[in-house]
Design a protein around this ligand. Structure first.
Ligand SMILES: [Zn+2]
Ligand SMILES: [Zn+2]
Length: 398
């Protein structure tokens, strides 16, 4: 096995060296994903080198590729729903040992007031640590074959590749017998949907909820609402196929998002709902989500790019918030979602379709068209022995 100074051969003993990795690189704004040989690591202070088994494709990856990052963001390694196994830890990392299976979620500082209050998605350093792609200290975690730096701290992980550098804080340890394609999306998309219902809205048994936009985030919100014992779950979307999935997963009523009076269609003669959740970010739909609330109701948004205009009177006695990552603490909610999955109460496997690392462009197209709810990239490390745990071993949809 060839080995250069400071470069560990993949599969060999790994200490403080960089490792070779096949990773998907986006070279320029709106450029496609190209699989390249890159060098990942070594893990710096507080960091962890992870052999990635699976990484979900989240809508935010597509937004970054097509403009959020800006031209200076590229070349970059995206991917922020990684799951895999720790292979080396950097200085100062004490609670994570090599061999630990982890879900990679968003990064946070752990010291600011929101972090100390258990609301790390409102960390004062959230944007720098996650969206900026360069971390808090502008450190380079991945270099290309020529040694040039790549933007490699996307959501503290940049995990579209065989290896990734995460921070100890954004690694959530989990049991090692779970399918990686189920674990991976728990780090962002499913966390956001379930967290909004379970943490931010804190939906109670017997309450009513309407979810506007039922992609990966909206459908995981519906699963969480069903698990909480919601009396009514209204799914709103413009794609009949997605509404059919929502119904199968627990929506008690579906509404065509193109209905001429959307608020009236959602309220359906009632005095309004206890909670609403908009995942579309569209101005008219966000406003409808607020207007559909009954007195005392609470509404959450998570994806706005449009301006929002709301009648002040529509907020009388009601609340409206913009959630990040479902307001969840990944270290609390991800283990809870795993427990729910094992109990058959969070059956997300029907939403997942797996792809190879060289199929990211296709995966993004399939997500955009609505053909697939949650694409997950499987890396070679996900290979399981025959008869090992897999999606087929998960609970069946009721
Ligand atoms: Zn913080
Ligand atoms: Zn995401």
């Amino acid at each position: 096995m060839s080995r250069e100074p400071g470069v560990a051969a993949t599969g060999g003993p790994i200490t403080d060296a960089a490792v070779r990795s096949r990773s998907a690189v986006v070279r320029e704004l709106r450029g496609g994903y190209v699989v390249e040989d890159v060098l990942v690591g070594p893990a710096g202070p507080g960091e962890v080198l992870v052999r990635v088994q699976a990484c979900g494709l989240c809508h935010t990856d597509a937004i970054a590729r097509s403009g959020l990052g800006g031209a200076g963001f590229f070349p970059a390694v995206l991917g922020h729903e990684g799951a895999g196994v720790v292979v080396a830890v950097g200085p100062g990392v004490e609670h994570l040992a090599p061999g630990t299976t982890v879900v990679l979620s968003f990064d946070s500082c752990g010291r600011c007031a929101p972090c100390r209050a258990g609301r790390p998605s409102y960390c004062v350093e959230f944007l720098e640590r996650n969206i900026g792609g360069r971390g808090i200290d502008d450190r380079v975690a991945i270099r290309d074959a020529g040694g040039a730096p790549l933007t490699s701290r996307w959501f503290g992980q940049s995990s579209f590749g065989e290896f990734a550098i995460a921070t100890a804080r954004n690694c959530v340890p989990v049991e090692d017998d779970l399918p990686p394609e189920i674990l991976a999306p728990l780090g962002c998309g499913f966390l956001t949907g379930a967290g909004t219902v379970l943490v931010e809205l804190d939906l109670r048994a017997g309450e009513t909820l309407a979810v506007f936009g039922v992609g990966a985030v909206g459908l995981s919100a519906i699963l969480a609402a069903k698990a909480r014992g919601a009396a009514e779950i209204v799914a709103v979307d413009v794609q009949p196929a997605r509404l059919a999935v929502a119904e199968r997963l627990g929506a008690t009523r579906v509404v065509d998002g193109t209905a001429p009076d959307l608020v009236q269609a959602v309220r359906a003669g009632t005095s309004g709902l206890d909670a609403t959740f908009d995942t579309t970010g569209r101005a008219s739909v966000m406003a409808a989500a607020v207007e559909s609330l009954g007195m005392g109701g609470r509404s959450a948004l998570c994806a706005a790019t449009d301006e929002l205009t709301v009648r002040p009177q529509a907020l009388v006695g009601r609340s409206l918030t913009y959630v990040r990552e479902g307001s969840a603490d990944p270290h609390t909610l991800i283990p809870e979602l795993v427990r729910m999955w094992r109990a058959g109460a969070f059956p997300v496997e029907s939403l997942v379709r797996t792809y190879g690392l060289d199929e990211l462009d296709e995966a993004e197209r399939d997500a955009a068209s609505g053909a697939v709810v949650k694409p997950v990239i499987l890396l070679p490390a996900a290979a399981r022995p025959p008869g090992g745990p897999g999606v087929a071993a998960g609970p069946a949809l009721s």
